[in-house]
Design a protein around this ligand. Sequence first.
Ligand SMILES: NC(=O)c1ccc[n+]([C@@H]2O[C@H](COP(=O)([O-])OP(=O)(O)OC[C@H]3O[C@@H](n4cnc5c(N)ncnc54)[C@H](O)[C@@H]3O)[C@@H](O)[C@H]2O)c1
Length: 387
Amino acid sequence: MVLYDGKSVQTIRVDTPSARYEVHAGSGLLASLAPRIERLAGRLPRRVFVLTSPEIWALWGEAFQKSFAEAPIALFLPAGEKHKTLRSAESLARQMIRAGADRGSLLIAFGGGIVGDVGGFLAAIFMRGIAYVQVPTTFLAQVDSSVGGKTGVNLPEGKNLVGSFHHPLAVFAEISVLNTLSGRELRAGLMESVKAGIIRDRALVRFMEERADEILDREPKALERVIAASIRMKAGVVGRDEREGGLRMILNFGHTLGHAVEQATRYKVLLHGEAVGWGMIAALYIARLRGTVSRAQAERLEELIHRYGPLPRFDVSAAKLVSATGADKKNVGGVRRFVLPIGIGDSGVVEDVTAGELREAAEYMLAEAAKAPDLTPKPAPKPEKQS
Ligand SMILES: NC(=O)c1ccc[n+]([C@@H]2O[C@H](COP(=O)([O-])OP(=O)(O)OC[C@H]3O[C@@H](n4cnc5c(N)ncnc54)[C@H](O)[C@@H]3O)[C@@H](O)[C@H]2O)c1
């Protein structure tokens, strides 16, 4: 599809019982943002807010504002999980009130998954709900968090424990903003696309195998293909199971032990996508034990995961990981639901994975992790004392 500036954009429709909207992925979206929103909403509301982070605004604020005749009112959320809180949401809501926001105001979440989750949550609760638009700027946010309507904040007791389902009016995934993303953030986000391929899209797996160099070099057409396929997969699943009653659970492939790794390393060693990468390796081990994938398939998929690595080293005990999976909030009614790939491009949820299997898988993953590079940033050496 060609719109406004002659650049190509792929459009994917999300159709759930509570909302219908479009996700656009491609180049030239930022430059045409205001007219696109205007077309959606009929006209631009009197007050348009943009929630972003100071870093993203410094890089992309100018490009963001270009298409607006009147600049949106900028609200800032500092980077980092520790700011994804109720306190931040309250402070932002108060800033909006002071800036004259009303129920007709529009909020644009312009940033990574944290900005998107907090922005969506703020839009869900502000005056009992206002319209919002997602303009995701990380790979992870483009392929995953901006689509599906899950919004929320963390509590000291755990991540994403307070939130709401609140779908955006639309999502605009501008590929050129990924040029300033660090290589590590890009690769971690790509793990979600690897996941999308393994659980539901065999052709995506093949494309990511064959075109890995171009994808990792951020060649726009290759990225667009991966992003659109990943969004299509998620939109299809969310359309059939909006509230995670069944099918949507397959999106948690790699997340059971992935979350356990994040928790056991206190969110300090790995990015979320990297933890999911390790979690997928562990889940593939169980799938191979149970015969839902063959040895050759498991090896091929593991190779694909490592191709988008390196996954960082970490060191915790298998026992700690198994106990962390018991606390996973995604276990309903104490049943340990676990997503297993079936061949390549299909998957299912089982409820009978034993602690023994989890432990064996965790041990396999830990042995692999022991061989991986240490990516924890080292503190800068102290300057030598002059005598
Ligand atoms: N709602 C959902 O369905 C869902 C799904 C998956 C993850 N999440 C949430 O998403 C969050 C993680 O999101 P994330 O991985 O995008 O992390 P993030 O939002 O922390 O962004 C990562 C880093 O990249 C920087 N950044 C963002 N865009 C950039 C750009 N274009 N150029 C340079 N730097 C840029 C950010 O400032 C930040 O430092 C977690 O809080 C997780 O819980 C939500």
